[in-house]
Design a protein around this ligand. Structure first.
Ligand SMILES: *[C@@H]1O[C@H](CO)[C@@H](O)[C@H](O)[C@H]1NC(C)=O
Ligand SMILES: *[C@@H]1O[C@H](CO)[C@@H](O)[C@H](O)[C@H]1NC(C)=O
Ligand SMILES: *[C@@H]1O[C@H](CO)[C@@H](O)[C@H](O)[C@H]1NC(C)=O
Ligand SMILES: *[C@@H]1O[C@H](CO)[C@@H](O)[C@H](O)[C@H]1NC(C)=O
Ligand SMILES: *[C@@H]1O[C@H](CO)[C@@H](O)[C@H](O)[C@H]1NC(C)=O
Length: 308
């Protein structure tokens, strides 16, 4: 190799590093977590002092998903992923089932806060700035953005607004995404991108479509299923019964919430699935419809569980 090509590589290297996938730019600083006992969240027997190491008090972590049959934004290319449920979010419940929301107005990016006010009447200020997709782009995470657009699909609003809602309502109340957890080198929006990565990772733990399909439960406009059959399929794969949500008087399947205790952080720790603390809104006596989607509302995508 001659001198010229060596210096060309030296000059190009930083450009290449910047252009490629670089999640390390958004990592929290967890080095101090080595100094405290690690436990499953909600199962600690002593006080958790460093709340960057374990979600506290929101240690009951819900990975939530939707089964939608349309988006309302098909004309803009916002369609559902074939062969997969979609992401709703990753929520911190307190260990007793109560929860906090919109905990940090300095990280309020939701254009349409819902609810519009906190329980004590404080109005949550709507956000008017650039979309949260620009935050992901700031860190060069086009890979993440692509996965989010494929699997984190909103119904009745642009995906962007939905992602912002999920971050500001829920992640600001999840201690492992606190700004302080990123150390003195914190870069604005690093927590947002780190949360989005964590949401995608948690979603991949729970392949609802495949779990059901492997038990013969597939979307159908001709055949319905009893709730017990749906629950048993998932119980046999996760060891716990999630919350299944239905609309139309408990007869049309639309949601699932997986409840977990987390060993370590919500970002990188191990999830232990536990039974739902919320009663199903699906009928236990009437047949449940798991509808096929409108053909124009879905498209084939790379399989979510092998995409990275
Ligand atoms: C678990 O940790 C939390 C947060 O520090 C604390 O409030 C709670 O009392 C702890 N639980 C027990 C049983 O010590
Ligand atoms: C309302 O509750 C929030 C969150 O607990 C708190 O930060 C705020 O100070 C409260 N406002 C009033 C007026 O009590
Ligand atoms: C729900 O059931 C009630 C009583 O059977 C009925 O009046 C109502 O129309 C049903 N609603 C829907 C959305 O099917
Ligand atoms: C979860 O629910 C199932 C079904 O009701 C039950 O068999 C199991 O014991 C429950 N698990 C725990 C840990 O309570
Ligand atoms: C199945 O039924 C649902 C609900 O009525 C409808 O939205 C959807 O278009 C139907 N899908 C097909 C493929 O017919």
């Amino acid at each position: 190799m001659n001198r010229l090509s060596v210096s060309a590589i030296t000059l190009l290297a930083p450009v290449l590093v910047f252009a490629y996938y670089s999640p390390q730019q958004t990592l929290p600083d967890l080095s101090s977590c080595a100094h405290q006992p690690s436990v499953y969240s909600c199962e600690n027997t002593t006080v958790i002092k460093n709340t960057c190491c374990s979600p506290t008090p929101g240690g009951l972590v819900l990975q939530t998903q939707y089964w939608d049959t349309w988006t309302g934004f098909e004309h803009k290319g916002q369609v559902l992923p074939e062969g997969s449920w979609t992401i709703h979010g990753l929520w911190p419940d307190n260990c007793d089932g109560s929860y906090e929301q919109y905990c940090d107005f300095s990280r309020q990016y939701d254009p349409n806060p819902s609810p519009t006010a906190l329980p004590n009447g404080t109005v949550i200020p709507p956000y008017h700035g650039p979309g949260v997709d620009t935050f992901v782009k700031e860190f060069g995470r086009y890979d993440l953005l692509r996965t989010m657009n494929q699997y984190w699909v909103s119904q009745g609003s642009p995906n962007n607004a939905f992602w912002a809602h999920e971050f500001s309502k829920h992640a600001t109340c999840t201690s492992t995404f606190d700004v302080a957890c990123y150390g003195p080198q914190y870069k604005e929006h690093q927590d947002v991108v780190n949360f989005f990565d964590a949401v995608v990772r948690a979603f991949k733990y729970f392949p609802t479509f495949d779990m059901l399909a492997s038990f013969g439960i597939v979307p159908s406009n001709k055949t319905s299923y009893p709730l017990s059959q749906i629950e048993n399929a998932v119980f046999s794969q996760t060891g716990a019964i999630p919350y299944f949500g239905c609309v139309s008087n408990g007869t049309v399947l639309s949601e699932v919430w997986y409840f977990n205790h987390v060993y370590g952080t919500e970002q990188y720790g191990v999830y232990k699935t536990i039974n739902s603390t919320t009663a199903s809104t699906c009928s236990s006596t009437k047949p449940i419809w798991y509808y096929e989607r409108n053909p124009g509302s879905e498209r084939s995508v790379e399989h979510p569980y092998y995409s990275r």
